[in-house]
Unconditional design. Structure first.
Length: 240
């Protein structure tokens, strides 16, 4: 299902399952955050610098360090995407990235596309359920040392969106809100890439071009997916 992409001026990228593996988030980032949380709660429970993150949680879950940790562990085990959890995770991951303990492993075809697209005047925009600060951390600390400044791809990224500043990723109005921020571009000049079919459906309903990305480790796609969508396994398949 080939599509003419000559009009595309902005590429909107999902992260998990699209530019890096789902396993990095669930098997590396989540466990790291839980481990770091224990020592953070022990050392910083009364620290003013930690208060904004702690106080964002519902009162019944911040009666003690143990209560907050238990709630965080529960939310993460169910992969609940809620702003106060995402902000706390970003705070914890920041230390891990800064120390070198965390580094985002991008799929091999991804890093070279950033400078290539930028050279063609195409904006690169990120849209993930992870918070914007967490997105920036991930792209600042990648394993793409040959394509960024020591793996830092953030200078090539135009903008970032999450569920707070754009809305839920399965809702059409979220993509309308993103495209409307750039009034010089029509929705049809955007290409959204995601492993989630419902997100792709929403982006297309908002007028964007959108492909389903099938990566190693992603769930198998329903058999009828290719009848409704363009499915790619590598960014090298995108004629931009």
């Amino acid at each position: 299902m080939a599509q003419d992409l000559s009009s595309v001026k902005a590429v909107l990228l999902d992260i998990e399952g699209t530019v890096c593996s789902i396993s990095f988030v669930h098997d590396v980032l989540f466990p790291y955050a839980l481990g770091a949380l224990s020592s953070t709660l022990e050392k910083q429970w009364e620290d003013p610098s930690f208060s904004p993150y702690k106080d964002a949680f519902p009162p019944e879950h911040r009666t003690s360090p143990a209560a907050l940790r238990s709630h965080v562990a529960d939310l993460m085990s169910r992969d609940i995407k809620i702003a106060y959890l995402k902000n706390l995770q970003g705070y914890l991951w920041a230390k891990g990235y800064a120390s070198g303990a965390l580094k985002a492993p991008l799929f091999a075809d991804v890093p070279a596309k950033f400078p290539a697209w930028k050279a063609r005047g195409i904006d690169i925009v990120i849209y993930s359920s992870g918070s914007v600060p967490a997105q920036k951390l991930l792209f600042k600390h990648t394993d793409a040392v040959d394509h960024g400044d020591n793996g830092d791809l953030t200078p090539m990224i135009t903008d970032y969106f999450d569920t707070v500043n754009a809305g839920l990723k399965t809702e059409v109005q979220s993509y309308q809100k993103i495209s409307s921020k750039y009034d010089k571009l029509s929705a049809s000049q955007w290409l959204f890439l995601s492993d989630n079919i419902k997100e792709v459906d929403a982006a297309k309903a908002a007028g964007m071009l959108s492909f389903v990305v099938q990566r190693p480790g992603n769930a198998e796609l329903p058999s009828e997916t290719k009848q409704r969508h363009t499915v790619i396994r590598s960014f090298d398949e995108i004629a931009l």
